[in-house]
Write a protein that binds this ligand. Structure first.
Ligand code: NAP
Ligand code: SF4
Length: 674
């Protein structure tokens, strides 16, 4: 008897059956644009082998003006169709099904050629769109229909028509972006004419035995967004026009409410999809922040949806479904919703991957093979770099001993998990614990490894991490000065007025920790209230009229840095704004361009710029040092001086801008090469 009866139940669509209730949602990985179709095929086939019922590709442009960026992949030529056939046949051979997403970006297209219902520039694009005339609208419909027909020719099992997240079809639906007065604008019947017409003509073109998913924005999270009645009206019209499945879209890309970041509670929007259940007869998919089989099962068991869509969790672990079905859920590498290697890469024009799984999108390049000669390998440091190296080495058949001076594995992950909004790190450490035990790695905890301890090993990997940088501020030895480590470990009392020195990732995390009594990530109603999200049946677009209502800050915090730039500028590309907005809501004062002149009992003395102008005192009971890190290389240097060959990885190698992404990637690659 499985623990996941709802998740693993097949779904009969009439003309075809999906083997379980799990959809891998669309992600733009950048793989298609590499032109290496074997690599694209291996990415999807790996996930098909892992048991997911249906995958949706990254968005394919129906025409150049609709591409998210110039040169975005589309299905234009016979050669394109032949390339996509490599993918679909490999997926079918692996027992999977795959639908192609057709994504017309409308005014979100990063191009001067972009088109939209009305010539209104989006706040997240520099390009004002061209308003389409009747002929232009007909061209867009016809190009989308052609893309669907070509998808069928290329062997896809279906298409997903992207109608949410504020893209082209969504732009017609709301008066926020559609100011037209012709038959494509004005009344809701007119505004929804385009999406419905697209679905009707796509169905006509592809025939009855082809999956047509319509991705429908159920809560726009923007001013002048759709009302709930409009959402239901559209869902029914799309069903009548021939859609086989309705998928859930949450929030426009320009919305100022986080929808998938790690601080968003798990299954935060399943209640929105649930409202549509029973309103249409076709299956409904829910999505957003569903990342474990337990969460997915609960969503289905509670009748929130007929299927669940997870996207990033399949980067973290392609075998998610197979492991759940085999009763091995604890062995699923969890997506921690950090966006660091997936969306942040996409928005920087880089190929996607995954922080916890560097093999994602690198399946053909980063291979983990059985070692010809098993070695005795010592790894010193059980943080992310050391853990990745140990697990990879063990998977290759090496005999691994993992040393750490702490009483538990995880290194700085154990600090991160204390931060409100970063609760996902608990699951990541649990996963590593499970896998270290399963891999038969010998753990030497509470052990400061010495050169003698390491003498008998064939290979030594040093992953000793980092030590805090000394900012050398007069008075920093006073009783009112503490390190971020003491704070996040809960080892010190922190006063009501706090100054934080350093506004990198850790400075922001510590500020969040100090202003938050109870993490709203653990309590959905609080989180919805904090960000001003309401029931779309009561508030248009799901925006509460009161706006965001954050809880009172637990302390008065000032966050400082020496650079004169905006604080948090270097945080994650897709998540930095959330950290900044979160702290602003808690009245954290952010000051840049400062000199730290001294610390005394009255607080932190600062001045501005090279001329040391405007001297002032930040009255603070506690001053927290978050001034960055330096490599902890003492052991590595000692071994190297003694002539021993060592591999130095993670923060012990380079501390600057170290994060778990680089640490895990480097640990995996070093161990893959031994
Ligand atoms: P960091 O990002 O390098 O920031 C260090 C901070 O200390 C900066 O604000 C820097 O600003 C300041 N600083 C540097 N030298 C200083 C000095 N001598 N005296 C006073 N201040 C000094 O390092 P971190 O905050 O320790 O974070 C470490 C790494 O962990 C980061 O690279 C980050 O990637 C990762 N991390 C990421 C997240 C995340 O949310 N993704 C969260 C936590 C940590 P000024 O030089 O302008 O003063
Ligand atoms: Fe999830 Fe982070 Fe991996 Fe992206 S990089 S898939 S958010 S764990």
């Amino acid at each position: 008897m499985t623990q996941y009866p709802h998740l693993l139940a097949p779904l009969d669509l009439g003309f075809t059956t999906l083997k379980n209730r799990v959809v891998m949602g669309s992600m733009h990985t950048g793989l298609e644009e590499t032109g290496d179709w074997n690599r694209v095929a291996e990415f999807y086939a790996t996930r098909a082998r892992g048991g997911v019922a249906l995958m949706v590709t990254g968005g394919m442009a129906p025409n150049p003006e609709g591409g998210v960026f110039p040169g975005a992949a589309g299905l234009y030529t016979d050669q394109d169709i032949a390339n996509h056939r490599i993918v679909t046949s490999r997926v079918h051979d692996a027992g999977g099904k795959i639908a192609m997403q057709i994504l017309h970006a409308g005014r979100y297209a990063y191009s001067a050629k972009c088109v939209a219902p009305s010539a209104i520039k989006s706040p997240i694009s520099p390009f004002p769109p061209h308003e389409l005339d009747e002929e232009g609208i007909e061209k867009q419909i016809s190009d989308i229909v052609t893309a669907a027909r070509r998808a069928r020719e290329a062997g896809y099992d279906g298409v997903e028509v992207m109608g949410s997240e504020g893209y082209f079809l969504n732009q017609f639906l709301v008066t926020h972006t559609n100011k037209r007065t012709d038959r494509w604008g004005g009344s809701y019947e007119n505004r929804m004419r385009l999406p419905v017409e697209v679905v009707r003509r796509v169905r006509e073109a592809v025939g009855a035995d082809f999956i047509v998913i319509y991705r429908l924005s159920m809560i726009d999270l923007i001013p002048e967004g759709s009302t709930w009645d409009e959402v239901v009206q559209l869902a029914r019209a799309v069903e009548a026009a021939g859609a086989s499945i309705i998928n859930t879209g949450i929030g426009w890309h320009e919305a100022r409410i986080p929808t998938i970041a790690t601080s968003v509670p798990r299954r935060a929007f399943a209640w929105v999809t649930k409202k549509l259940m029973g309103k249409v007869a076709i299956p409904v998919i829910t999505s957003n922040r569903i990342n474990t089989p337990d969460v997915a099962e609960s969503v289905l068991a509670e009748g929130c949806a007929d299927m669940v869509s997870m996207a990033r969790p399949f980067l973290a672990d392609p075998d998610f479904v197979a492991k759940a079905a085999a009763g091995k859920a604890a062995e699923i590498a969890p997506c921690i919703a950090c966006n660091q290697a997936c969306l942040d890469h996409t928005f920087s024009g880089k190929l996607s991957s995954c922080l916890v799984n560097p093999r994602a999108c690198h399946e053909t390049e980063l291979t983990i093979t059985t070692a010809e000669t098993p070695k005795r390998i010592a790894v010193v440091g059980a943080g992310p770099a050391g853990l990745a190296a140990s697990l990879t080495a063990a998977a290759r058949g090496h005999n691994v001993t993992l040393f750490d001076k702490a009483s538990q594995i995880g290194g700085q992950l154990n600090l991160a998990k204390q931060v409100p909004g970063k609760e996902e790190f608990w699951g990541l450490v649990d996963y590593y614990q499970t896998m270290v035990a399963k891999a038969g790695i010998t753990l030497a905890l509470e052990t400061v490894a010495t050169a003698d301890d390491l003498a008998g090993f064939d290979t030594v990997i040093i992953a000793t991490g980092v030590v805090p940088r000394d900012p050398v501020i007069p008075g920093q030895d006073g009783p009112n000065v503490v390190s971020y480590i003491d704070v996040l470990r809960g080892d010190v009392q922190v006063g009501q007025k706090v100054a934080i020195i350093g506004a990198g990732g850790i400075g922001f995390d510590v500020a969040e920790y100090l202003v938050t009594d109870h993490s709203p990530t653990d309590h959905l109603p609080d989180w919805l209230q904090e960000w001003g999200v309401g029931d779309p049946a009561e508030a248009r677009g799901g925006l509460r009229s009161q706006g965001p209502q954050p809880g009172a800050p637990a302390r008065q915090v000032t966050l400082l840095q020496r650079k004169a730039e905006k604080l948090g500028k270097r945080l994650g590309k897709t998540t930095g704004w959330i950290h900044r907005a979160g702290l602003q809501m808690k009245n954290v004062q952010m000051i840049g361009g400062v000199n730290y002149d001294k610390i005394d009992a009255t607080g932190l003395h600062i001045s501005q710029g090279e001329t040391r102008s405007n001297p002032s005192v930040i009255a603070a009971d506690t001053i927290v040092l978050c001034a960055g890190q330096l490599p902890e290389r003492r052991l590595a240097d000692q071994l190297i001086a003694a002539g021993q060959a060592v591999h130095v990885i993670g923060g012990a190698d380079v501390a600057a801008e170290l994060d778990a992404k680089r640490a895990i990637d480097q640990g995996t690659r070093v161990a893959a090469s031994l």
